[in-house]
Design a protein around this ligand. Structure first.
Ligand code: CAA
Length: 698
């Protein structure tokens, strides 16, 4: 085997093996297509094309991914040539065949590089996809032109509008891959040499497999309807349509124009923020260097209610055996039946195979009595929200749980330090706050107690990641990050009713902003009795909500709450009885009702939350503004296109928020609405939450 020295410098190197130039991209961690990679790729491919000892070229990458796409960090910066479309055009234009050896994820621009090659081979575990829509853009390096020509407009459009990656097997059946092989590099080399023996194969840009125009228009119509609020979907459709109507180069120009317009839109900026904020949230601040998570082979969940059952399902879904613990055989059976019912529904809906259902149920073992927690490496308590009960359980657990087991409480509000103090091993105790339904919702607040050991914290975050959650670390305070901010919004929503708004107006303002559900529709879904029970325990009042509960209006479950659900039981309509209750409360409080414009409703709901977010940052409860955004995006349905509350605050301009909060505090006499010191300081300094996070990261 003839082997030569590398001919190009980092991050793209090239060696010649048996007459094949192997061009290797090494740009850790995910081989994103930075300017240096694009330039290096062009130089390496052109040099190989010019080298008479080379008959064919293979492009591959080092590490666990092939290429994860464009370097997203470059998006806000001045462009550095060559552009990715130009780099890919150089690859496609070589006189010698180029084969992509896809050794891992080929996403976005990474798949587009592969499409610029003349053939593609991948390892069986590789994932291929065009996730650009998730970043508010569209494939911008020929994906919308080459892929439809190669595999057909309908499957190509599906891939780019879903944004979800597909397996190598699926990609092969679609015609994206020529081969799937364990040793993709060896297979790509062999294929490249075979191709070199004949004429250079056709480029994807010249392929003619677009398929039926009518079928495309039908699929595009359905997708446009489903994704009506997503400008990326419309752009993908327009660009793919150009593949039918225009020559390749004109199609490329249309794609480019959409790409630049969408990339520079605030929506894409927000979605990029979301991408990086979620990843930053995984970094735990202040952990001693070298802290390792404790091994977790088995879990236990105490409490087989809706929450406990959902948490047990999360473990089983991740392949971790779990014991579900109840106090009686009867409660246990009820809990297990609920879990079984949830899985059965998934099978019926087609989202779970019968085989997977059996496997998951097999990982959940039901037991009566706390002693069953003895074998677990992580124990999650999910019993009724009552301090006395939780302390009793943790007190007993200290003697039952094995040494080193992490003891987590799923409390939503209670003081984790007080719970920890009820054991002789407070270092093992922390909060793991799941969101309902726990087997579905992505957010996991990991609550770090005063005494929580660093490795216990690292374990909880690692477990969260294994459960496919988005873990965010919070300090101890009432309601942690999410519910503490939510309480501010709830207070304003209640107050708006008394001042003059109706539930449907408040909900509509948040719907228009992008929340799928407003606070009152949400309360109806969850049940008004939940908040009522919390208020009873804490001695707080909410006159409208209390009156509705007393009238037996508990929400959807009683077909009446803030709305009337007499129709299909799920669609609420405004109810004159509720209007009467609200007007009565206003009168009792001596309030002259007024019409409140939707913009004011929105400001009243969002700004106090942002203000509370600033306090949460000030107090160090959250380490980064991005963590707060991550909580709201993954746990409370904040619309991703605005980036989360703190990113949204930056976009609006902090001085405006400070001024409005001062107005609200003045008008209501409610001192909690006064802007937080941090918010005022940032507004005065011309600072932003994003800049604060950047400073903290540095
Ligand atoms: N650009 C810049 N940085 C990136 C990146 C990208 N495209 N993709 C990942 N990274 C960074 C992450 O921010 C993270 O950095 P930190 O360690 O500093 O937090 C690091 O790489 C590792 O990423 P993950 O934590 O996500 O690693 P993972 O193993 O869980 O997942 C992955 C790997 C599946 C490739 C995942 O990173 C991913 O989905 N990346 C983004 C893919 C994407 O959206 N590509 C499209 C880009 S846009 C494009 O290509 C437009 C075009 O058409 C020209």
């Amino acid at each position: 085997m003839a082997q030569q020295e590398p001919v190009t410098s980092n991050p793209v190197t090239s060696t010649v093996e048996d007459g094949v130039a192997i061009v290797r991209i090494a740009n850790p961690p995910v081989n994103a297509l930075s300017a240096a990679v694009r330039g290096g790729l062009v130089r390496a491919v052109e040099a190989a094309d010019a080298d008479s000892s080379v008959r064919a070229i293979v492009v591959t990458a080092e590490g666990r991914t092939f290429i994860a796409g464009a370097d997203i960090t470059e998006f806000g910066k001045p462009p550095v040539p060559p552009t990715l479309p130009d780099a890919i055009a150089s690859v496609e234009a070589t006189s010698k065949p180029v084969v992509a050896a896809i050794n891992g994820a080929a996403l976005g621009g990474g798949l587009e590089v592969a499409l610029g090659c003349h053939a593609r081979v991948a390892t069986p575990s590789a994932k291929l996809g065009l996730p650009e829509v998730k970043l508010g853009i569209l494939p911008g390096a020929g994906g919308t032109q080459r892929l439809p020509r190669l595999i057909g407009a309908v499957p190509a459009l599906k891939l780019m509008t879903s944004g979800d990656p597909i397996s190598a097997k699926e990609a092969q059946s679609l015609g994206i891959l020529d081969e799937v092989a364990e040793d993709a590099l060896a297979a790509a080399k062999a294929l490249a040499l075979r191709l070199a023996g004949g004429a250079r194969p056709a480029a994807a840009s010249a392929a003619t497999n677009l398929g039926d125009r009518d079928a495309f228009e039908a699929a595009a119509g359905a997708m446009a309807k489903k994704g009506a609020e997503n400008p990326s979907i419309a752009a993908c459709i327009d660009a793919v349509r150009a593949a039918f109507d225009k020559p390749f180069d004109e199609g490329m120009a249309i794609e480019r124009a959409h790409f630049i317009r969408l990339r520079d839109d605030p929506r894409s900026k927000a979605l990029r923020h979301v991408f990086f904020a979620e990843r930053a949230a995984a970094r735990i601040p202040g952990l001693p260097k070298g802290t390792q998570p404790r091994p977790v082979a088995r879990a236990a969940v105490i409490g087989g209610g809706t929450m406990g059952g959902g948490i047990a399902m999360s473990f089983a879904n991740a392949g971790i055996p779990v014991t579900l613990i109840e106090t009686s055989e009867e409660n246990l059976q009820r809990g297990l039946e609920r879990v079984a019912g949830n899985y059965a529904t998934s099978v019926k809906r087609g989202s779970l195979t019968e085989e997977a259902r059996g496997k998951r149920m097999g990982l959940i073992e039901g037991k009566v009595g706390l002693e069953a927690a003895a074998g677990a490496d992580v124990v999650v308590e999910a019993v009724f929200e009552e301090m006395g009960l939780k302390k009793e359980i943790f007190g007993k657990l200290q003697g039952i749980a094995k040494p080193g087991a992490v003891l987590a409480t799923n409390t939503s509000y209670l003081d984790v330090d007080e719970i920890a103090a009820s054991t002789s091993r407070p270092g093992d105790v922390l909060g793991m706050h799941f969101f309902s339904p726990a087997n579905v919702m992505k957010l996991l607040e990991v609550v770090r107690g005063r005494e929580t050991a660093p490795d216990a914290l690292a374990t909880a975050v690692e477990v969260g990641r294994k459960l496919a959650k988005v873990p965010v670390v919070s300090g101890v305070c009432y309601g942690f990050i999410g519910n503490r901010m939510l309480a501010r919004r709830t207070a304003q929503a209640d107050r708006l009713l008394i001042e003059g708004a109706m539930p449907e107006e408040v909900d509509a303002a948040l719907n228009a902003f992008g929340f799928r559900m407003g606070p009152f529709a949400m309360t109806d879904l969850a049940g008004l009795d939940i908040g009522w029970r919390i208020r009873q325990a804490s001695g707080k009042k909410s006159p409208v909500a209390d009156a509705l509960v007393e009238a037996g209006r508990l929400g959807q479950k009683t077909k009446r709450g803030y709305y009337d659900y007499a129709g299909d039981g799920r669609t609420g309509v405004p109810d004159p009885e509720v209007r009467a209750v609200i007007e009565r409360v206003s009168a009792e409080q001596g309030v002259t009702r007024r019409a409140i414009p939707p913009e004011e409703i929105l400001e009243r709901l969002l700004y106090p939350m942002i203000n509370e977010g600033a306090r949460i940052l000030e107090e160090g409860i959250a380490a980064r503004a991005g963590d707060i955004d991550t909580v709201w995006l993954n746990g409370y349905g904040w619309p991703a296109g605005t980036g989360g509350p703190m990113f949204h605050a930056d976009s609006l301009g902090l001085p405006r928020i400070v001024a409005r909060l001062r107005d609200f505090a003045q008008a209501s006499g409610d001192e909690s609405l006064r802007p937080a010191a941090l918010l005022v300081r940032l507004a005065e300094e011309g600072g932003s939450f994003a800049a604060l996070d950047e400073k903290a990261a540095a």
